[in-house]
Design a protein around this ligand. Structure first.
Ligand code: NDP
Length: 449
């Protein structure tokens, strides 16, 4: 079900490896897109003539900077900051910031590369970018996080702007971090430029439903995939990895759709609760108290916690990977299929290794790749930008309705594109081709820039 690289795309891939040594996640993301593109080059020979693929694989700009800050003991700490401005053919760079010790250039580039296609799929005028730092907010005091964010923005601000580059959150960057970043941007520039960051709080430029958007949107995408197969989420048993922003609101929307979520996790272990996960408790532990998911079982004696456990061993009908990249390997994918999984919706970015994707596609299950399935977050960020530009704020109902419409449209677009290019039901092909064409055509129109 996955095409091999053609001679042309293989040559481009080898060039990407040679030009970006050691950036394995970036190589993986590029290869996955290139595998879909051969038929596009046949249909649109101008893309090859204009070297659109080669140009898309090279970010427009990559910024790496020092972030010095002082911890609560007065000791100087040094982290590294990144912003990769990948592609601005259809709008200002847009994409989140990730604060996690694993961050290096290869992670930011894979995320930025995925982002540019995802943003195109939303149909909104936003280009692709991504950034972050190897700073770990875990275990830091609020004051330490604030000092770090202020130092980070003191360099980053000169590269941002509502018509230039608009960051948001990602792993390790939530409402608290966006607040400190926005405060410092405002202070340095002396401008209340709401549209420069998204994921802001309600009352200072944020949009209702932004917090819920990625999880809700991914669930809507799965709902649409099942609808295309004349099925629903009602009564389905689900597992959701992670217990951060995306996981929490995926669980919430799955419950609203009548599904039963029996497990979630964090980087230390897995909680299984066959009665159904107590979402209020997860929110309290993770959003309010910033504690480990292990503490869940202190409140529910009939729940089980396995330190270092593998959530994909738990039988389920719907799997929603919502933690991080490459969290489902080939063996996990095979276990899920063997245990009766019929749908996978990727809230996380690139959570399934290529071998796992192959397993899902070969088994013919409904597989929604992150590029399409989790686009609701950035789409609602674009709605936040719309509200900021018009100095307006929309109701919860209206914003949620817009999000639902966008996800339903992305599903239809990727479904139809897959069928048009000879791979019916293959959303990987549908998302890669539809996203690529939506960026490639404007790139041709804008000339060699
Ligand atoms: P959060 O920081 O809110 O939560 C991340 C969750 O994943 C936590 O439970 C964390 O556990 C777990 N996790 C992180 N890294 C690892 C790891 N290396 N191994 C195991 N578990 C891990 O991040 P988000 O919920 O915002 O992001 C989750 C995923 O969704 C990411 O892939 C992100 O790129 C993607 N995404 C996010 C969007 C958004 O709007 N926020 C939009 C689209 C995609 P612990 O607390 O123990 O670290």
């Amino acid at each position: 079900m996955i095409a091999a690289l053609s001679e042309k795309t293989e040559a481009i891939y080898q060039q990407v490896i040679a030009r970006n040594p050691g950036e394995t996640e970036f190589h993986q993301a590029v290869k996955e897109v290139l595998e879909s593109l051969s038929p596009v080059l046949v249909k649109y020979p101008e893309f090859a003539e204009q070297k659109i693929i080669e140009r898309i694989c090279e970010p427009e700009r990559q910024i790496i900077f020092r972030v010095p800050w002082q911890d609560d003991h007065g000791e100087v700490q040094i982290n590294r900051g990144f912003r990769v401005q990948f592609n601005s053919a259809i709008g200002p760079y847009k994409g989140g910031l990730r604060f996690h010790p694993s961050v290096y250039l290869g992670i930011i580039k894979f995320l930025g590369f995925e982002q540019l296609f995802k943003n195109a799929l939303t149909g909104m005028p936003i280009g692709g970018g991504k950034g972050g730092s190897d700073f770990d907010p875990k275990g830091k005091s609020d004051n330490e996080v604030m000092r770090f964010c202020q130092s980070f923005m003191t360099e980053l601000y000169r590269h941002l702007g509502e018509y230039v580059d608009v960051p948001a959150g990602d792993i390790g960057v939530g409402g608290r971090e966006i607040g400190y970043l926005f405060g410092q941007y405002k202070r340095i520039t002396n401008k209340y430029e709401s549209g420069v960051l998204t994921g802001k709080g309600i009352g200072w430029g944020g949009s209702l439903v932004r917090k819920e958007a990625t999880g809700y949107g991914t669930t809507y995408f799965v709902r649409e995939m099942l609808k295309a197969r004349k099925d629903t989420l009602e009564g389905k048993t689900c597992v959701v990895s992670g217990s951060g922003n995306v996981a929490i609101y995926t669980i919430e929307q799955l419950m609203k759709q009548g599904a039963r979520v029996i497990a979630c996790s964090d980087s230390h272990g897995v909680v299984r609760h066959d009665e159904g996960i107590d979402l209020d408790l997860v929110k309290q532990l993770k959003e309010v108290e910033r504690r480990r998911i292990a503490d869940y079982v202190k409140h529910h004696k009939d729940a089980h916690y396995v330190a270092g456990g593998n959530i994909w061993d738990i039988p389920c009908q719907v799997a929603m990977p919502s933690a991080t990249q490459n969290e489902i390997n080939g063996k996990d994918a095979a276990t899920l299929v063997k245990n009766g999984c019929i749908a996978v919706g990727e809230g996380a970015n690139m959570p399934t290794v290529p071998e796992g994707v192959r397993v899902f596609l070969d088994a013919g299950i409904a597989y929604g790749p992150g590029k399409a399935a989790n686009a609701g977050g950035v789409a609602t960020s674009a709605l936040e930008m719309q509200q900021n530009a018009s100095r307006d704020s929309w109701t919860h109902e209206y914003t949620e309705h817009k999000l639902d419409e966008i996800m339903t449209r992305i599903h239809a677009l990727t479904y139809e594109t897959a069928a048009e290019f000879g791979a019916p039901g293959n959303y990987v092909v549908g998302a890669n081709i539809a996203g690529f064409i939506m960026v490639a055509k404007p790139m041709v129109a804008l000339g060699l820039v």
